[in-house]
Design a binder for this molecule. Structure first.
Ligand code: PBG
Length: 325
């Protein structure tokens, strides 16, 4: 027999004992469900994201009804915009009668308690497939921020509870906060995509919205996956500019960045388990290579353990159902 005064396994003796000192929990109220919407009346499955579809507005309402019953209290909207409405300045993004404002109004009328999050960025509306205005192959920062302010105000006016700029332009948090406040929307939260990386894991999302860049890549605005310190620089700016929460994206491959932000800020930290993370888990599960329930819940738990308060995940509804079993 080993002479061991300390045997960590004793603390794992039974589920009751394990639960005494369980450090991290998952619950449906930690999840925000991303929804793809379009102006048509069809429901169009997204090939690279099995189980997700581009929803008509009536289908969106039905989806939210189901999600609400499962305990999901928040959704984030991503619009697929018709090519005919895309321009180089993306001006459809602040059309008060555009798809997103109409969708927000319908959601808030039917589910007043639902927290509606919107994406602030030009890419769904941009004929160039970029998050900003392009001139001579360059993304114009300050011109883009002016348009993002109009977009955020249009979304707030339609009833959005949270606006979430995912574009990574410099100075947009401060500018959007000012624009919202000037219009009287001091209660609308600003959640910054603070550390958003130029990631290959967004591929299926760009399929879903047909929003892939028409030229080049997003490396002059999204962060280099090699960098962690740079996330702290973005955090300091976003905090100073008035962000209410800060996001890390993607989530699973960037747990160290989540932890870094968790330690450096008192703001809530949000993490986005992106389309490629969903697609990997789904594909392996469909092939029978991974146990979907175990691995998905483990992936979400790990994101929470790293320090995320809230998780955007395409698995929100499924995870809520599993947690209720
Ligand atoms: C763009 C945006 C992207 C995602 C959310 N907002 C893609 C991109 O930056 O190219 C990706 C989300 C996902 O992959 O699930 N503003």
């Amino acid at each position: 027999m080993l002479d061991l005064p300390s045997r960590p396994r004793r603390n794992r003796n039974s589920s009751v004992i394990r639960d005494f000192h369980r450090e991290t929990w998952l619950a449906p109220q930690h999840f925000i469900l991303p929804l793809f919407i379009h102006a048509g009346d069809t429901v169009e499955p997204i090939a690279s994201m099995p189980g997700c579809s581009r929803l008509s507005l009536p289908a969106m309402l039905a989806e939210v009804q189901g999600a609400w019953q499962e305990g999901i209290r928040s959704v984030v909207l991503f619009p697929a915009i018709a090519d005919a409405l895309k321009t180089s300045d993306g001006k459809e993004c602040y059309n008060p009668n555009g798809l997103v404002p109409v969708a927000i109004a319908q959601l808030k009328a039917r589910f007043p308690e639902l927290v509606v999050v919107t994406d602030v960025a030009l890419d769904p509306y941009s004929s160039d497939g970029h998050d900003g205005v392009v001139q001579n192959g360059k993304i114009l920062n300050d011109r883009t921020v002016e348009i993002l302010c109009l977009q955020a105000v249009a979304q707030a006016r339609a009833g959005a509870d949270i606006v979430a700029p995912s574009d990574m332009m410099d100075g947009r948090i401060g500018a959007i906060r000012k624009a919202l406040d000037l219009e009287g929307f001091t209660d609308v939260l600003l959640v910054s995509y603070c550390a958003k990386y130029a990631s290959g894991f967004y591929g299926p999302f760009r399929d879903a919205l047909a929003s892939a860049p028409k030229f080049g890549d997003k490396k002059t605005y999204q962060m280099d996956p090699a960098n962690r310190r740079e996330a702290l620089r973005e955090l300091a700016l976003d905090e100073a500019e008035g962000a209410d929460m800060v996001m890390v994206k993607p989530a699973g491959p960037y747990l160290d960045v989540i932890l870094e932000l968790r330690r450096a800020t008192t703001l809530p930290v949000v993490a986005y388990q992106v389309s490629g993370e969903y697609a990997m888990l789904k594909a392996a599960a469909q092939n029978g290579w991974l146990d979907e329930k175990k691995t998905v819940l483990e992936s979400l738990l790990a994101i929470r353990r790293a320090g995320a308060d809230v998780i955007l995940t395409y698995y929100a509804r499924q995870a809520a159902r599993w947690l209720a079993e």
